[in-house]
Design a binder for this molecule. Structure first.
Ligand code: ADP
Length: 258
């Protein structure tokens, strides 16, 4: 092989390297853009409750001392807006910690049925507006962070309650799916999700209808957190929903059930 052949080999090596560097740069750029968007969306979401609190504080300052109606209304609004802000900040911290790789999971074998039963018991206790049912469940054990999986299940049950009229049923179950993967299911008889929105519900800050989300005290971050947790377990979601009929979300863990 003469010098020309060496040059050609060098060229292809260089091209390969250039491609690898470019694709790395692309990914870094994309991740940077996503982070920048996240920070900008988060700031925007925080600005609204802050503005409302400021408005009511000013109103209190001017008229609150003489007018009891204004006093009561302002206190209510300030309380509910600061609750909303607290939730938003806690959820943002969870995602920011997760993004930066600072969240450590403690993996151990646990009973999925026990965990879902705990979520069921808590829901029955704190929400008297809905009828909760724990359907006949298999005792499936998986390896994962039980506290995290419980948090994901709680988010799905909270959503079921938020988007389902009072008096309706919410059903929980643990079972294997057609692929023999252990799963838990949360099913409601609520407002449902429009077909075109289903693929967006896991995006940060996405709310099917901003007005609805706002009324229910939603932040648009719950399902992003649930997805982060399920992803870290190598799991996946199956969403089945019909508007005005209800929603069924199944979370599966591709492990052989123990
Ligand atoms: P939020 O805090 O607004 O509930 P999520 O990330 O948990 O945020 O959910 C995103 C959006 O998906 C919600 O705003 C709502 O529009 C829709 N959604 C989630 N769960 C349900 C459900 N069980 N029934 C109807 N819509 C739902």
């Amino acid at each position: 092989t003469g010098p020309d052949a060496r040059l050609q080999t060098g060229d292809t090596e260089l091209e390969g390297l250039e491609q690898a560097v470019n694709s790395l740069l692309d990914r870094m750029r994309q991740s940077y853009q996503q982070q920048a968007r996240f920070v900008s969306d988060a700031s925007h979401e925080l600005r609204t409750p802050i503005a409302v609190i400021q408005g009511y504080a000013n109103m209190l300052d001017r008229w609150g001392k003489e007018d009891e109606k204004i006093l009561a209304e302002s206190i209510d609004a300030i309380k509910s807006e600061s609750d909303h802000m607290k939730k938003l900040v806690e959820q943002l911290l969870f995602l920011a910690r997760g993004d930066s790789g600072r969240t450590k999971l403690t993996m151990e074998e646990f009973s999925l049925r026990e965990t879902i039963k705990e979520v069921f018991d808590e829901s029955v206790m704190i929400d008297s507006d809905h009828y909760y049912h724990l359907k006949e469940s298999e005792d499936l054990k998986i390896t994962g962070d039980a506290a995290m999986v419980k948090q994901a299940a709680r988010i799905l049950v909270d959503n079921a309650a938020k988007y389902t009229p009072a008096g309706a049923d919410i059903v929980l179950q643990v079972k294997k799916n057609e692929k023999n993967h252990p799963c838990f299911v949360v099913q409601d008889e609520g407002i449902g999700i429009a077909a075109g929105d289903v693929s967006h519900v896991f995006e940060r800050f996405f709310r099917a209808d901003p007005a609805r989300g706002r009324d229910s005290g939603g932040t648009g971050l719950g399902l992003s957190i649930a997805k982060w947790i399920v992803d870290r377990h190598g799991g996946y979601f199956q969403v089945l929903s019909r508007e005005e009929i209800g929603t069924r979300i199944t979370v599966c863990f591709p492990q052989n059930p123990h």
